[in-house]
Ligand binder design. Structure first.
Ligand code: IPM
Ligand code: MG
Length: 351
């Protein structure tokens, strides 16, 4: 197969982890006889510095015409500490999600056999966890009306949802549940928020189309607790943009490190693959960041192109590296810590 992949390394550790994902993907392509054509494009603070905006039109063009997008990370501290900044790297990510129509963000949570005891949670609670948080990605409070009033002494952000936005996400959720454990949990705050009541009403109306799926409705605060108490109770979770943002960071603790969890963002057209972690500015350029989340995101890309064996080859070699202790410092625990690039080299060689 010939694949044209847009490569958006972004900021901070983005370029370092992306390099490793490219190495590993190229190794897989060589082994299985595929050809990958990578097209780099600017985004985030890097794009602001170069052309004054975080998701330039040229970058959109590259993404929109690619078979898939592989994305590193976005964000830079010089903007975080400046609330008055007019352009922010994160705006690039949001604009990209919106312009590419990536409304469904798939964030799996699973455990790695050799890392279970590294999680701060007890083995018996997390072993065998296999859940997906399907986060709505182009609506809600991230995109609602926002602003200041009263001489800037009042600020507001609005959480707005339209029925079709909930329906298209829930449809993906039901379909995923059908292929997995046939359980769907709609996570909201319907005891307080009107938009959440629309979520419930919409999902309830869809239940009859998927009689085999067991559907539950839970409040987000309770799920924040249950998710780490008994993650095995969940199969597919569907939730609004902000709730999903928070719950997926929390869920990453189950697997042992933020540096491990991949994601895909799906729309009606091109899909994007990215680690769930951020740009980790303190580690920039040090060759210490964990590249596995990005590499496993590449595995999700292969899987979605129906290259199942290729995806499995990546997951297998990742498991092997963890079992053999070829890990970056976040997982080294006093043992030898390998560099980001060394982990990438090892994986590519062992594919
Ligand atoms: C994520 C990130 C982003 C988000 C930030 C960087 C805007 O936290 O992908 O989860 O909030 O969506
Ligand atoms: Mg987040």
């Amino acid at each position: 197969m010939k694949l044209n992949i847009a490569l958006l390394a972004g900021d901070g550790i983005g370029p370092e982890v992306i390099d490793q994902a490219v190495k590993v993907s190229d190794a897989v392509a060589a082994k299985y006889g595929h050809e990958i054509n990578w097209t780099p494009a600017l985004t985030g603070a890097a794009a602001i510095d170069a052309v004054g905006e975080p998701y330039p039109d040229e970058t959109h063009e590259v993404c929109a015409t690619a078979d898939a997008v592989l994305f590193g990370a976005i964000g830079h501290p010089r903007f975080d500490n400046d609330p008055s900044a007019k352009v922010r790297p994160e705006q690039g990510l949001l604009k990209m999600r919106q312009k590419l129509g990536l409304f469904a963000n798939v964030r799996p949570t699973f455990t790695f056999p050799s890392l279970i005891d590294k999680s701060p949670l007890k083995r018996e609670r997390i072993e065998g966890t296999d859940l997906i948080i399907l986060r709505e990605l182009t609506g809600g409070v991230y995109f609602g009306e926002r602003g200041r009033k009263d001489d800037s002494n009042t600020a507001f952000d609005t959480m707005t949802y339209q029925r079709f936005e909930i329906q298209r996400l829930a449809k993906k959720g039901f379909e995923m549940a059908m292929k997995r454990g046939k359980k769907l949990c709609c996570v909201d705050k319907a005891n307080v928020l009107e938009s959440s009541r629309l979520w419930r009403e919409t999902v309830q109306a869809m239940e009859k189309d998927y009689p085999e799926v067991e559907v539950s409705y839970e409040f987000v605060d309770a799920v924040a607790m249950r998710l780490i108490q008994w993650p095995k109770g969940y199969d597919v979770i569907i939730t609004a943009n902000l709730f999903g943002d928070i719950l997926t960071d929390e869920a990453s603790v189950i697997s042992g490190s933020m540096g491990l969890m991949p994601s895909s963002s799906l729309g009606s057209d091109v899909s994007l693959y990215e680690p769930i972690h951020g740009s980790y500015p303190q580690a920039t350029g040090k060759d210490i960041a964990n590249p596995l989340a990005t590499i496993l995101s590449a595995a999700m890309l292969f899987e979605d192109k129906n290259l199942t064996e290729e995806a499995q080859a990546i997951r297998d070699v990742v498991n092997k590296s963890l079992a053999e202790g070829i890990v970056t410092e976040d997982l080294a625990e006093g043992g030898k810590a390998y560099k980001t690039s060394e982990v990438g080299d090892w994986l590519a060689k062992n594919i």
